[in-house]
Ligand binder design. Structure first.
Ligand SMILES: Cc1ncc(COP(=O)(O)O)c(C=O)c1O
Length: 378
């Protein structure tokens, strides 16, 4: 039987056509794609155990998480929202959910669909959580068990002041769950110092690895609560992950091995590039270059000043121009940006700077963006 065409048929549909400035999945380092292309083997083998634990240790260092546990998961980031809620807070109890956009709202849906009560602290698109508001909400809800914070809101391009907010949560002795899906790998996380209980990320964002892998750090006190939690389900029971990692250097169910190899390569690339500080500096420079270029084109940002994201920029379209038109016109020129998201879909478009990207690509994208905006304004 001839089957050589099978690859060609699929490749024809999915082959790379654009330079990516997406919100994720993002372009990956060629070295990441290369390691993911190797033949598979058992996830209970000695070789897998070595790479699993090495990845965990490298990630622990990156997240500055000496206490508690760092774990890898065979699901995307949303699964860890589910895990925080089911393992950390009993059914019927209150969780303060802060929301500055679409992913804060998703956390509320996860809380409520799991039978817990959400106290919703919501802001208009472009705004960050204000410490005073969080303080007031905590004072009004002394019975709340936990607080959720979206570190970087991908839908609006806003970075929350996490260290300051974490201080307040710690003062009130609540658990702190941090969605760092589009922050981890692109901006600093000091797990121990900031007193976080759970922080989670997804592979397809700032580490520049294909989707399918979530990674997270958990505090000792969260793991203790989880151990005694009733009816927390099976797949998202964090206690099982801790036991399997300790005893078998792996995961309870089959892990996304290629993504874990890819993440390991990226964590080594970071070391070889000079370490976390240098790597995060690269992210800062990329996002600043994008914001400078957008300003020169004459456009403004959705994010309030001082809270701009280092991984994704939401740009306000000029009068009479629709965000989707900009997105389509840029695709026509070989650049895939991201459309606006949620309630600001029509009046924004987004430029991601996560994953594999060169500064020259950013310049070229900005040049084209300037021309596209002029054309659409006519
Ligand atoms: C801030 C944020 N939280 C959560 C998610 C959901 O992550 P995943 O798609 O990996 O489940 C995303 C995805 O874009 C995100 O940007």
């Amino acid at each position: 039987m001839e089957y050589e065409d099978a690859y060609e048929e699929v490749y024809e549909i999915v082959k790379p056509k654009y330079k990516l400035f997406t919100a994720g999945p993002v372009a990956c380092f060629p070295e990441v794609l290369a390691i993911m292309n190797i033949q598979m083997f058992s996830h209970r083998s000695k070789e897998y155990k070595i790479i699993h634990m090495d990845t965990v240790e490298r990630l622990r260092k990156f997240l500055e998480a000496e206490r508690g546990d760092v774990l890898l998961f065979p699901n995307s980031g949303t699964g860890i929202m589910e895990m925080c809620v089911r393992c950390g807070v009993p059914t019927g109890e209150k969780i303060i959910v802060t929301s500055i956009g679409a992913f804060g709202s998703r956390f509320r849906d996860v809380v409520e669909s799991n039978g817990r009560k959400a106290v919703f602290l919501e802001y208009d698109p472009g705004k960050a959580v204000k410490p005073k508001d969080l303080e007031d909400t905590l004072e009004k809800n002394p019975d709340a068990k936990a607080v959720t914070i979206t570190y970087n809101e991908t839908s609006t391009g806003v970075l929350n002041p996490l260290p300051e907010l974490a201080d307040i949560v710690r003062k009130h002795e609540k658990l702190l769950f941090v969605d760092a899906v589009s922050a981890m790998g692109g901006t600093d996380i000091k797990f121990d110092e900031w007193g976080i209980d759970v922080v989670f990320g997804s592979s397809q964002k700032a580490f520049g690895v294909p989707p399918g892998l979530a990674m997270a750090a958990f505090s000792e006190r969260f793991l203790e609560i989880a151990e005694n939690m009733k009816e927390k389900g099976w797949y998202f029971d964090v206690s099982k992950y801790v036991k399997y990692q300790d005893k078998k250097q792996g995961t309870p169910s089959t892990p996304p091995m290629p993504q874990i190899f890819g993440l390991n390569v990226v964590l080594r690339v970071i070391e070889k590039m000079g370490g976390k500080k240098e790597w995060l500096e690269m992210y800062r420079k990329r996002s600043e270059m994008i914001r400078d270029g957008v300003r020169k084109i004459g456009l403004d940002f959705l994010a309030e000043k001082g809270y701009e994201s280092p991984t994704i920029t939401a740009v306000l379209t000029p009068e009479g121009v629709n965000g989707t038109e900009v997105y389509e016109a840029m695709r026509g020129r070989g650049f895939e940006l991201a459309k606006g998201y949620g309630s600001v879909k029509e009046k924004t478009f987004r430029i991601g700077n996560m994953g594999y990207m060169r500064f020259a690509d950013i310049q070229e994208m900005l040049q084209n963006l300037g021309e596209v905006i002029e054309e659409l304004k006519d």
